[in-house]
Ligand binder design. Structure first.
Ligand SMILES: NC(=O)c1ccc[n+]([C@@H]2O[C@H](COP(=O)([O-])OP(=O)(O)OC[C@H]3O[C@@H](n4cnc5c(N)ncnc54)[C@H](O)[C@@H]3O)[C@@H](O)[C@H]2O)c1
Length: 258
């Protein structure tokens, strides 16, 4: 076993899904303890079972819940603090999407995406900050999107929530630097996960052939893999990035400089 996360205990939201599960996998591989939080209890159980079989001896807790529900969030943080004796890493990764134009966008959908993508992260920060400060050396990693900083049409609500998350990240960096808590963000580009594969399949694509897509919105001409997003998150969570706070790391195959 490697040791970049030894002695660290992490909460990862949206941990049943592609990128969240990949983050949890790397943290376990590197000796960390993880609490996996997701509203989908089935997928959470399957992810945890896979992680346990690949990482015997890893400390893995699961907590089904909704990031937009402060009660679920408080209970999850308490669960992690008791199970692990503290919390030193928080990865806010859960998100939902919506496709519309600004003109056709539904206010109820604005509220739904804001309550998960922005307030979900805020709920977890509010609940976990006391434990994170107590750890003396903590890291918050927020998973945003390349479209937080790059323009496009068709997903105005999602893109606005991801831009707001970068702003929350910078404020946290200011407010928590003196408390031993760093806060950074990663901005993935198009990454093959259950969500993106599901959208492809719904529009008639074949999941296998999507692996070989020549994507015109990436300098690397392909989709990202979940572990390619998870490695920068691991680095930000570990002490290797100890002089980084308030940063936004683009992990987008070059999309943002095209
Ligand atoms: N896949 C991409 O191309 C891509 C690109 C840019 C950014 N991102 C970001 O990366 C993160 C992970 O993306 P993914 O593609 O792995 O997503 P995904 O949809 O495959 O997984 C997201 C997980 O979050 C969970 N979730 C959703 N709402 C929740 C809630 N209210 N409470 C608790 N859990 C909830 C879902 O059940 C799911 O397991 C997201 O923040 C997404 O915005 C992804």
């Amino acid at each position: 076993m490697n040791s970049r996360m030894t002695g660290k205990s992490a909460i990862i939201t949206g941990a049943g899904g592609g990128i969240g599960a990949a983050i949890a996998g790397l943290f376990c591989q590197e000796g960390g303890s993880v609490l996996l939080f997701d509203r989908n209890a089935d997928i959470l159980g399957k992810t945890a079972a896979q992680l346990r079989s690949r990482n015997p001896g890893a400390r893995i807790e699961i907590f089904p819940g909704d990031v937009s529900d402060p009660t679920d969030v408080d209970q999850a943080v308490k669960h992690a603090a008791v199970a692990f004796g503290g919390v030193s890493v928080l990865v806010n990764n859960a998100a939902v999407r919506n496709h519309s134009s600004v003109e056709t966008s539904d206010i109820a959908e604005w509220n739904r995406l804001l309550s998960v993508n922005v307030l979900g992260a805020v709920n977890f920060c509010k609940a976990a900050l006391p434990a994170l400060r107590n750890s003396g050396n903590a890291s918050i990693v927020n998973v945003s999107s390349c479209y937080a900083v790059v323009g496009r049409s068709g997903m105005p609500i999602y893109d606005a929530t991801k831009a707001a998350l970068l702003s929350v990240t910078r404020t946290l960096a200011f407010e928590e630097a003196q408390n031993g808590v760093r806060a950074n963000a990663v901005c993935p580009g198009g990454t093959l996960t259950p969500f993106t594969i599901g959208r492809g399949v719904a529009s008639g694509r074949n999941a296998e052939e999507m692996q070989n897509d020549q994507r015109s919105d990436s300098l690397l001409r392909r989709w990202g893999r979940p572990e390619e997003i998870a490695y920068p998150v691991l680095w930000l969570a570990s002490d290797e990035s100890s002089y980084m706070t308030g940063a936004t790391i683009m992990v987008d195959g070059g999309l943002s400089i095209m």
